[in-house]
Design a protein around this ligand. Sequence first.
Ligand code: SAH
Length: 237
Amino acid sequence: MSLNIEIQKYLAEMKVELSDENISAIDIYIREINNWNTKADLTALKGYESIFVNLFLDAFTLLPFIKDKSTLIDIGTGGGFPGLALKIFYKELKITLVEASSKKCVFLNYISNCLKMKNVNVVWGRAEDVGKDIFYREQYDYACCRAVAGMSAISELCMPFVKIGGVFVASKGKDTTEIKQAATAINYMGGKIEKIEKIKYSFFSEEKNIVIISKDRQTPEKYPRRNGIPQKRPVKV
Ligand code: SAH
């Protein structure tokens, strides 16, 4: 099976190579997103090519910052982005997908079984609660997050999961001001911005930024605060 669009132009620009097996998995995944979209509300994107570009290629922009055979947690993964898309490429990644919507979690279990993936743990819950659980707290080499909340709030939601020595990779839009303003919050959470990598490809409508945050200290126990507070009252300077 192959994707019914011309994908080589995209992959050449990104310098990403996909195997036939990867392509077949993406094809099944996109078809299932379309089948499930009305009941699970997975994405507002319409059409096969738009989903390929804005969910899969967008997730693949994180590949250079993540190593295979590591542990990764994706917070507010929705239909599995970026976490489950990265798992297609890095087969030996051990991933945890945290998602507050139960319908989306049903989809995530369904699609990861369909694609015969191993080491995928779908957790139905809010990051504010899951981040307090010692089974998940400070257990991961990487946390990632896309399109969930502002930089300060997602630092509070994601950093508690990262091991000391691990990395939080945040997929953000073109606005670097909110990223820089979150430096204090990131510091409170035990981390430091190592790099803001600008991402620019002809097929994305806007420039993006990937924020690489290292963790060298434990996150204080009081974080994350209770449900909704990190977003409503983000830690400020
Ligand atoms: N990351 C996906 C989905 C973005 S939409 C993508 O890029 O396509 C935001 C998702 O985060 C929604 O599915 C929502 O249910 C989930 N979410 C928002 N706040 C959350 C929280 N505190 N804990 C867990 N999931 C959350």
